[in-house]
Design a protein around this ligand. Structure first.
Ligand SMILES: Nc1ncnc2c1ncn2[C@@H]1O[C@H](COP(=O)(O)OP(=O)(O)OP(=O)(O)O)[C@@H](O)[C@H]1O
Ligand SMILES: [Mg+2]
Length: 330
């Protein structure tokens, strides 16, 4: 029977000394899927990707790529995989074309096919007119596109991307999404990506896995995940940091259970959510609290993530790489 799964991670553990970075993860990614792996900083996403690439060996458990056990034949397993790592790796002193050529040689693309492969990558990344331009002069988005298309030159059936859109603006992010959608649709490439942008996972991914402290704590389609937290609506108030605790206490007064995070207070709307938001608004106004925004929305992947991990995927507090702290009002 043809192998159904592009990637089969079977009860994988990775320890660094006494520290367990990946703690018994099992995950099957179907061929042709776009899969998003989400998790707070230090959750174990990059460690998992490194094991899929054979750069790290699992402490225990099995990884099977397209039916090939990584342990038995890592070289064969790797031929199926293209990779875009968390750091940018284009050579600034080389042109777009030269960057692709070097990579093509690395992957032993035959001379006779090199020109075609380069053309394919330049078209895919929409960089045809920049082929002779030094990559060092490219914008962040162009570099990322070059990297993604480069990783597809040896026509892998799986592409792994570790935070491919971090730091890019919306327009560049959208271009990367389109590129991934295109290769997924046209070439049937299976996509496994990690991201900090939850709306990205929501829009792009067929299924999402949430990993926290090395454990897979949720798995499903974006819709399934939204439903899984059992919320019909979420009430959200954004305000200046100094005002947040006051806002939280007013939430409690009107019968809402607040969660305070970064610059916002959220709570499940529950029954009579509309009534509650009205009371909330008038209480906030009576207390003369300066709020920036009040909204009620259907649960998003952000809400799912917050509920399950107690933190935000992306640290928006301005602290460097810190795990965003949550205080739960009760
Ligand atoms: N080589 C290593 N030696 C020791 N600890 C490590 C090593 N690599 C990673 N870790 C630890 O394992 C945990 C998981 O790291 P990992 O890089 O997989 O997280 P991540 O989910 O990719 O986080 P981020 O969102 O910050 O990229 C972290 O606590 C990290 O410090
Ligand atoms: Mg990482």
């Amino acid at each position: 029977m043809a192998e159904e799964y592009a990637i089969n991670i079977d009860n994988v553990v990775k320890k660094f000394g006494d520290f367990t970075a990946v703690n018994g993860v099992s995950l099957k990614i179907k061929k042709g899927e776009i899969f998003g792996l989400l998790g707070p900083n230090g959750a174990g996403k990059s460690t998992t990707i490194s094991m899929l690439l054979g750069l790290l060996t699992p402490t225990s458990g099995r990884i099977i790529i397209n039916g090939t056990d990584m342990k038995n034949d890592p070289a064969e397993a790797r031929t199926h995989i293209g990779v875009v790592t968390q750091e940018t790796v284009v050579e600034p002193e080389l042109t777009a074309e030269q960057n692709l050529m070097i990579f093509g040689r690395l992957y032993h693309i035959p001379k006779s096919e090199m020109e075609k492969s380069i053309e394919f990558a330049l078209e895919l990344s929409d960089l045809v007119q920049f082929r002779k331009v030094y990559a060092g002069t490219f914008s962040g988005g162009m570099k990322r596109r070059l990297e993604v298309s480069k990783s597809l030159m040896h026509t892998p059936d799986i592409i792994l991307l570790d935070e491919p859109t971090t730091g890019l603006d919306v327009q560049n992010r959208t271009q990367i999404w389109n590129l991934l959608r295109e290769i997924n649709k046209k070439q049937g490439v299976t996509v496994l990506m990690t991201t900090q942008y939850l709306e990205e996972a929501d829009q792009l991914c067929d299924r999402i896995g949430i990993i926290d402290h090395g454990k897979l704590i949720a798995l499903g389609t974006p819709d399934e995940l939204r439903k899984s937290i059992g919320l019909s609506s979420v009430i959200e108030v954004t305000a200046d940091k100094e005002e947040l605790q006051k806002v939280a206490s007013i939430f409690k007064k009107v019968g809402l259970e607040p969660t305070v995070l970064n610059n916002r207070v959220t709570a499940p709307g529950g029954n009579n959510a509309t009534k509650k938001i009205e009371t909330l608004l008038s209480s906030l106004s009576t207390a003369k609290i300066n709020v920036r925004n009040v909204s009620m929305h259907e649960p998003t992947i952000d809400d799912v993530f917050l509920k399950l991990t107690g933190s935000e995927a992306r640290d928006t507090s301005g602290d460097y790489k810190g795990r965003a702290m949550v205080s739960r009002g009760r």
